[in-house]
Design a protein around this ligand. Structure first.
Ligand code: FES
Length: 129
């Protein structure tokens, strides 16, 4: 029988092909400071990025529809509440009520057709204690 992965080990997120360029994001459950929360991952300019689904203005989820974070031109991550615009590549807010602040980033890697995320002290896998 396989041993479960340690909770600080990289966590499998999804197969690479699930995240298409500037397509629908994958929203997934995590624990943020031991509280249930959601994060999301999307592909932008070929690279997978992941952030907490938590606006820097008011700590609320940002997607317009589940997994829809990008604006109509697929250029910015835009919060559906008051319209803060974030640079997808680095999570920095470039316009809106929290300009200059950043989304909380998760460390993601892609290898052998699979996307992984790395838990840390603040962001843990859902189900961790
Ligand atoms: S809650 Fe996101 S811009 Fe206000």
């Amino acid at each position: 029988m396989l041993e479960p992965l340690p909770l600080d080990a990289q966590q499998a997120l999804c197969p690479s092909e699930q995240l298409s360029e500037r397509g629908l994001a994958l929203v997934f459950d995590v624990l943020l400071w031991r509280q249930p929360a959601r994060a999301f991952a999307l592909r932008f300019d070929g690279r997978v990025v992941a952030y907490m689904n938590r606006c820097a203005h008011v700590p609320t989820e940002m997607d317009w529809q589940p997994g829809e974070f990008l604006d109509q031109d697929q250029r910015w991550i835009v919060c559906s509440i008051h319209g803060a615009s974030y640079e997808p590549a680095n999570g920095r807010c470039v316009a809106g009520p929290c300009a200059g602040q950043r989304l909380m980033a998760l460390d993601v890697t892609e290898r052998d057709g699979q996307i992984w995320w790395q838990p840390g002290p603040d962001i843990r896998p859902a189900g961790a204690v």
